[in-house]
Design a protein around this ligand. Structure first.
Ligand code: GLY
Length: 308
């Protein structure tokens, strides 16, 4: 047994979940359980409008959710996409890692599976969000990542040396029914390999998938970059490539945790995240792109950092 544990998570909304995950890891809990615990805290909170209960709907007014989970020891993964009417996509996704086939289910197939397995059902469209959708539907707009908080991603290392990654999101607001972003796509939205580390991405899925961002960053780590170098280089290279070829790149951010517990973050926007390890209690940080690097600073007054 190693002593080191660590956990990193996306956006200010993951603060409470990160604290719960850190507590579990500090008690000798497994990284997979920590990831699920942290994400469920966000899925259950109606104040966060990009994940789970209270998530923003598609253009037809339905809240359809995506989730993914990967175990870094076995490389087994599970994912669900466009699933409606269930409480916890991350829990359903994690349950799928036990299968040798049928690891990634979508829409009706995912819902039938979740019902058969007895996962808790829930209408995730709150009254507040239904009223907002009624006012804003049909507006002519470019679909962007939900400003300030998008996918919740967790990456964790436990004291046994296992890393895990998990994600959960309601995807882009007013997306087409059936649209799936990066989050449940293994390699793009999340990846974990206990010989290297774990990563998760947040932002505009159509951009993130062009660079298979989570896997790409972990390969940079494997080839000798530090966690911070790997995360910021992966985001910067993809951003530069998209600008060169398409004239622009949309929002992308990445969290990365190495197998030794050090963290890295890359972003092309202003991106809050949370980190804790066996020596540091959960701390909110703000990352910002700065030339070819990413500036990371602790946020001393979390109330001053608005996300919504
Ligand atoms: N990153 C979330 C999405 O594009 O759906």
């Amino acid at each position: 047994m190693k002593n080191r544990w660590a956990v990193i998570s996306t956006w200010k909304m993951s603060q409470n979940g990160c604290a719960a995950a850190a507590e579990l890891l500090g008690q000798g809990g497994r990284s997979g359980d920590a990831v699920v615990r942290g994400i469920q805290d966000v899925e259950d909170n109606p104040d966060f409008h990009s994940v789970g209960f209270g998530g923003l709907p598609d253009e037809e007014g339905n809240v359809s959710l995506d989730g993914g989970f990967m175990d870094g020891d076995t490389l087994r993964f599970g994912a669900v996409a466009s699933i409606q009417g269930f409480r916890s996509p991350i829990l359903i996704a994690r349950s799928l890692i036990q299968n040798d086939r049928n690891n990634f289910l979508c829409a009706k197939g995912a819902e039938d599976y979740a019902r058969m397995m007895g996962f808790e059902e829930r209408n995730n469209l709150t009254e507040e969000i239904r009223e907002r959708w009624k006012k804003e539907r049909g507006r002519d707009q470019k679909l962007t990542a939900y400003d300030g908080h998008d996918t919740v991603c967790f990456a964790a290392l436990d004291c046994y040396g296992t890393v895990s990654a998990g994600v959960s999101t309601s995807g882009l607001y007013l997306k087409k029914p059936g649209r799936i972003g990066d989050s449940p796509v293994v390699g793009s939205g999340f990846y974990a390999d206990s010989r290297i580390g774990a990563a998760g991405a947040t932002g505009v899925g159509e951009e993130i998938m062009k660079g298979v961002l989570s896997y790409q960053a972990l390969q940079m780590l494997r080839c000798g970059k530090s966690a911070q170098e790997a995360a910021e280089t992966a985001v910067k290279e993809l951003t530069d490539t998209l600008v060169k070829r398409n004239g622009h790149a949309d929002a992308m951010s990445l969290i990365l945790l190495s197998k030794d517990g050090s963290f890295g973050v890359g972003t092309n926007i202003r991106f809050p995240f949370v980190f804790a390890d066996d020596h540091h209690s959960p701390q909110l940080y703000l990352a910002q792109a700065h030339g070819s690097h990413c500036m990371v600073e602790p946020v001393m007054d979390a109330d001053e950092l608005t996300e919504d």
